[in-house]
Design a protein around this ligand. Structure first.
Ligand code: MG
Length: 282
């Protein structure tokens, strides 16, 4: 199934729903996060809400996690290489995933205009990523059991202010600006996505392909990420894990290529769809 959140004209309240061929069927729950937190056996009873045509709804960010979005740095070899090259340092691959987070207030929806300020950064950059949505409260998950705690998958753009990322030494500030975490357009259930380690992933900037890879190229696959992150730390339903970006990001290009006012960025992942955002920099 394909899950969305939406608003309707005159009602700014976000509601959860299931995307169907010709519209949305609303879910009788206060939010998609609340639905995800239900025991799987209790979910079907909530799925019989009203039917709305696609022209009668505005699709918003599919889920709003209760806490920071978990992210992984350098999880594709070619991206790790280009980052080391651009920074003029030796490539050294980590033995465990490098986790950092983005604030939930950074979440933006599909087709939303991302609003940045030129007073804050001159180096806004893009990162196409597959995001995992956790479906079950869990801790100390073994790799072989990790698939069982996943609700589904969505596209995520880990928008980054590179100058802030550098200046602050750790990555939080440069990756948590308002609107810097677009997700969507929908969450595809784990059973429908099939093998999440074999999905084409691409990013287009104004129609030109900038990143093109496959989730098979992850250094730490999703099961390992969940195992490492959940070691001694409880994961909650609705938690979002961004699994890292492939090569082709703006700062590592020659010359570097950062985002400009009016740019349109698209994250395209096989089996999920296209997360499209316009960038406004004032
Ligand atoms: Mg990233």
């Amino acid at each position: 199934m394909r899950f969305v959140s939406f608003t309707t004209p005159g009602d700014s309240r976000e509601r959860p729903g299931i995307l169907e061929a010709d519209g949305v069927r609303s879910i009788r729950c206060e939010s998609l996060r609340a639905y995800v937190a239900l025991d799987p056996s209790a979910r079907p009873a909530r799925e019989s809400g009203e039917r709305l045509g696609l022209d009668a709804v505005e699709i918003t960010a599919p889920i709003r996690p209760s806490r920071n979005v978990f992210c992984v740095g350098r999880n594709y070899l070619e991206h790790a290489k280009e980052g080391a090259r651009a920074a003029g340092r030796e490539l050294k691959l980590p033995e465990v995933p490098t986790f950092f987070t983005k604030t939930p207030s950074a979440i933006a929806g599909p087709d939303a205009t991302v609003r940045f300020s030129s007073h804050v950064s001159n180096e806004y950059d893009f990162e196409a990523e597959l995001a995992v949505v956790i479906g079950t409260r869990c801790k100390d998950v073994r790799e072989r059991d990790a698939a069982g705690v996943v609700f589904g998958f969505t596209c995520l753009n880990d928008l980054t202010a590179r100058d802030l990322q550098r200046a602050h030494l750790q990555w939080f500030k440069g990756k948590s600006l308002d609107d810097s975490c677009p997700i969507g357009p929908c969450i595809v259930s784990a059973d429908e996505i099939g093998n999440a380690q074999a999905l084409e992933i691409a990013l287009r900037l104004n129609g030109a392909t900038m990143q093109k890879s496959n989730t098979s190229q992850m250094i730490f696959p999703i099961a390992r990420l969940i195992a490492e992150l959940s070691k001694g730390m409880t994961l909650e339903p609705g938690d979002v894990i961004a699994t890292g970006t492939p090569d082709g990001v703006g700062f590592a290009r020659t010359p570097p290529q950062f985002l400009h006012d009016g740019d349109v960025v698209e994250v395209d992942i096989e089996g999920i769809g296209v997360l499209r955002n316009r960038i406004a920099i004032a």
